[in-house]
Write a protein that binds this ligand. Structure first.
Ligand code: PEP
Length: 250
């Protein structure tokens, strides 16, 4: 995969089936820039229906918000990568800070998920980002670099370019407080440089998204930063017109 503009929504635990389908049909109907990939992070129960609505589309696709780190087994209530693959899911968000915080997911677990997804020719949307106290003490760059090294540095060059990376400072998620465009660019550059040190030039081909209170009012400036290839958007991806405006912000 090569670097591209991406507007990814993460609906989290919101919407019912009717609302989910309505959103997909709305976006399908609208003029969207041809060079921008729109991704919808849909709750598990609606994946199949939403995928059926987007079959044949290359610029509007559906992603799962999580997967389990084992391929199968006695894990009641969990959803495996092969299950997602079997219903046509191509992209999966892994390591979202809410999964890390509320479900005790570690870098190691997230790394295993990435590995399984790649083994099944699927695209991991790998999330990383620092909590507020780490930002305040000034060690955010080493914190994020460490998350990346632990989860991703067993991959090779051919594998790493298949990922989408989302930098999401935890203090900006769902808080209304956004990283400034300069703060986003600084961290995205740090991430790309860190990847370059390990994987070389291919790092220029990796899409790195910013996430954290992106909205129609700030998306344009954030997305115009050199190393920001788009956004992973939570709250603002739930509203039709608002998300469409974000898609048009490149
Ligand atoms: C997210 O959930 O990934 C996110 C960035 O949420 P929000 O846009 O609401 O901050």
């Amino acid at each position: 995969m090569s670097r591209q503009k991406i507007a990814a929504g993460n609906w989290k635990m919101n919407k019912d089936l009717n609302e989910a389908v309505k959103m997909v049909l709305f976006l399908k109907d609208q003029d969207r820039p041809k060079d921008t990939l729109t991704v919808l992070g849909v709750p598990f129960p609606f994946l199949q229906t939403c995928i059926n609505e987007t079959i044949g589309s290359t610029d509007l696709i559906v992603a799962a918000q999580n997967c389990h780190h084992k391929e199968s087994g006695a894990f009641t209530g969990e959803v495996s990568v092969p299950m997602l693959k079997s219903i046509g899911v191509s992209h999966v968000i892994v390591g979202h800070s809410e999964r890390r915080e509320y479900f005790m997911e570690t870098d190691e677990m997230v790394g295993i998920k990435v590995r399984i997804l790649l083994n099944h020719s699927m695209v991991p949307i790998f999330c990383c980002g620092e909590p507020l106290e780490v930002r305040k003490e000034g060690s955010h760059e080493s914190y994020v670099k460490n998350q990346i090294s632990k989860a991703l540095f067993t991959l090779n060059k051919e594998e790493i370019i298949k990922l989408i990376i989302a930098y999401e400072p935890i203090w900006a998620i769902g808080t209304g407080e956004t990283a400034s465009p300069e703060q986003a660019q600084e961290m995205h550059h740090t991430i790309r440089t860190h990847l370059k040190a390990k994987f070389g030039k291919v790092s220029d081909e990796i899409s790195i998204l910013y996430g954290g209170s992106v909205n129609p009012g700030n998306a344009k400036e954030l997305f115009s930063q050199t190393d920001v290839d788009g956004g992973l958007v939570g709250g603002a991806s739930l509203q039709e017109e608002g998300f469409l405006s974000i898609i048009h912000s490149f």
